[in-house]
Design a protein around this ligand. Structure first.
Ligand SMILES: [Zn+2]
Length: 205
C-alpha cells in the first residue's frame, strides 16, 4: 500500500466520509505547502497529549495540567448535579452546551446502538455509565434526560440504556425523561437551534 492509499484508507474511516471523498482529501493535502502539512501532523501528534477524557462524563477536554481528571462542567459546583443529560457524542454535548439552556451535567455514551445489534454493550459506554450513576445517585441525582437523537437508532439507544439502568433508577428513584419528545422526528441534536432546544427541555417528559 502506498502513501496515497494508506491515507485514503485512514480518512475513509472518518464519520460520514466515503472512499472517494477520502481520496479527495489526500489530493488536497498534496497541493498544500510542506509547512502546512508539518503543522497539521504536529497538531495531530499534540491531540492526545493536550486532550484527555473526563473521568466522570467521558467527554474529551483540553487539560490544563497533568493533574486534571475532571472537565470544567463536572468540576463546576454551581451547576445542577441532580440533573444528568445522556448524550450520544461529544459533538451533541457541545451543541447543547453552546446554546446555554441546560445547567445540569452530562454523560457521553460515545456512540449509538443500531437496531438488532447483538452486542450493544460494545457500542456505548454502558458499563461506565452504571458506575457513574451509582456514584452520582449517592450524591443526589434525581433525573436523567435522554438526549439521544430523535430517530430510530437514537430511540433504540435510549431504550437499551433505560432497560439496562432500570435496577439503578428504581433503587434510587431517579426519574427518566426524554428530550426528543419536544423535538420533531428525525432531529439531530447537533443541528438544533437554541429556541428549539429550550422548548425541548421545557417540554421533556
Ligand atoms: Zn466531565
Amino acid at each position: 500500500m502506498n502513501s496515497i492509499e494508506k491515507l485514503t484508507e485512514i480518512f475513509s474511516h472518518f464519520s460520514g466520509i466515503g472512499p472517494r471523498q477520502a481520496r479527495r482529501f489526500v489530493y488536497y493535502l498534496l497541493t498544500r505547502a510542506d509547512s502546512t502539512l508539518g503543522e497539521l501532523s504536529q497538531h495531530i501528534k499534540d491531540l492526545k497529549n493536550d486532550v484527555v477524557m473526563c473521568t466522570d462524563c467521558k467527554r474529551f477536554f483540553e487539560k490544563k495540567n497533568d493533574k486534571t481528571t475532571l472537565c470544567k462542567i463536572c468540576s463546576d459546583q454551581t451547576r445542577d448535579h441532580s440533573t444528568l443529560m445522556l448524550m450520544q457524542r461529544d459533538i451533541d454535548l457541545e451543541s447543547v452546551e453552546k446554546n446555554g439552556s441546560f445547567g445540569g451535567i452530562y454523560f457521553v455514551l460515545g456512540g449509538s446502538v443500531p437496531i438488532l445489534e447483538k452486542e450493544p454493550e460494545k457500542r456505548i459506554r454502558i458499563k461506565e455509565l452504571k458506575t457513574f450513576l451509582e456514584k452520582k445517585a449517592k450524591e443526589g441525582l434525581k433525573e436523567i434526560i435522554l438526549g439521544v437523537n430523535w430517530n430510530p437508532e437514537g430511540e433504540n439507544t435510549g431504550d437499551y440504556v433505560v432497560r439496562t439502568i432500570e435496577p439503578l433508577t428504581a433503587k434510587y428513584k431517579i426519574k427518566i425523561s426524554h428530550l426528543g419528545k419536544g423535538l420533531s422526528m428525525g432531529t439531530e441534536l447537533e443541528y438544533t437551534d437554541p429556541e428549539t432546544m429550550k422548548n425541548a427541555l421545557r417540554n421533556r417528559s
